[in-house]
Design a protein around this ligand. Structure first.
Ligand code: 13P
Length: 289
């Protein structure tokens, strides 16, 4: 008899469809190392909610490459007895080759970010990624307009998407999720985030796939709730967890000059990460049906 093996990590299609139907958003947390992945997985398991672990090219290089990350996350899921749906997703993959490498290494989802190119070229590259990914059960997110900010691979200047461009990207590529630039930026905001909720609502009604909000850090609770009501089903968070973690680590180091054990130093930011993860999930599910 063939033994049924539980799939360790899944693509994001079902979790985003459920979120869209249930009027909530699935959190995408960027990971930087083993500890980040472990803390987030433990907390999300405790909450019993699905999670997307995002890995930028820079973070992947830092950790030793996509294969190291995929094997590490799968081993954590298995060893920690994680039972929630976990999606391992490339954040802002810059080319077909990068996405292919991650898929071959075992990622269950990729974002191809060809938003720096004209729309036709964005569509051509995205199509190529979708074809390779879908044959292997891997989901694909793509970006239209351009979300700028301080993330690696992301240039500084943003420009918003139009409905026509977003429709063309969805319909011509068969992507599973779309990240339209609607005023958010990566990293810290200079002034108030200015999100185009009118266009977001229109896109919710007209686009065939769930929408993703990048640059989740620094958007206040009210705007996040409004964005979810306007159709956002996945929200990307990176900077915010880095800030809460580093704040507590700095405090710990100032109080414990005698400590040199890296496990104690890195671990001193664990509670801050887990507390913020819990708050974020509670916020994203505030009006869950
Ligand atoms: P923040 O760093 O602003 O949270 O953005 C994260 C993000 O959008 C990752 O793609």
């Amino acid at each position: 008899m063939i033994k049924m093996v539980k799939k360790m990590i899944v693509n994001m299609i079902e979790m985003l469809e459920n979120a869209k139907k249930g009027s909530y958003a699935v959190p995408h947390f960027n990971i930087n190392n083993l500890e980040w992945a472990k803390y987030i997985l433990e907390e999300m398991e405790d909450l019993g909610r699905p999670v997307i672990l995002g890995v930028s090219e820079g973070a992947s290089k830092y950790m030793g490459g996509f294969k190291v990350v995929a094997d590490m996350v799968k081993a954590l899921v298995s060893s920690l007895n994680i039972t929630i749906p976990v999606c391992l997703h490339v954040d802002h993959g810059s080319s077909f080759e990068v996405c292919k490498e991650a898929i071959d290494a075992g990622f269950s989802s990729v974002m191809i970010d060809a938003s720096k190119y004209p729309l036709e070229e964005n569509i051509r590259i995205t199509k190529e990624v979708v074809s390779y990914a879908h044959e292997r059960g891997v989901s694909v997110e793509a970006e239209v307009g351009h979300i700028g900010g301080s993330e690696d691979n992301v240039s500084a200047s943003s420009f918003n998407a139009t409905l026509e461009e977003a429709l063309a990207l969805c319909n011509e590529t068969q992507i599973d999720a779309i990240a339209p630039a609607l005023g958010s930026v990566h990293g810290l905001y200079k002034g108030e985030p200015n999100l185009d909720f009118t266009l977001m609502q229109e896109m919710k009604e007209k686009l065939p796939v769930p929408m993703v909000l990048h640059g989740g850090t620094g958007i206040d609770d009210e705007k996040i709730t409004k964005a979810i009501a306007c159709g956002i089903s996945k929200i990307n968070i990176n900077t915010e967890l880095q800030i809460v973690w580093s704040k507590d680590v700095r405090k710990f180091l100032a109080l414990h000059e005698e400590v040199y054990d890296p496990r104690k130093i890195i671990g001193s930011g664990k509670d801050a990460i887990q507390k913020r993860v819990r708050e974020i999930v509670t916020l994203y599910e505030k009006n869950r049906k």
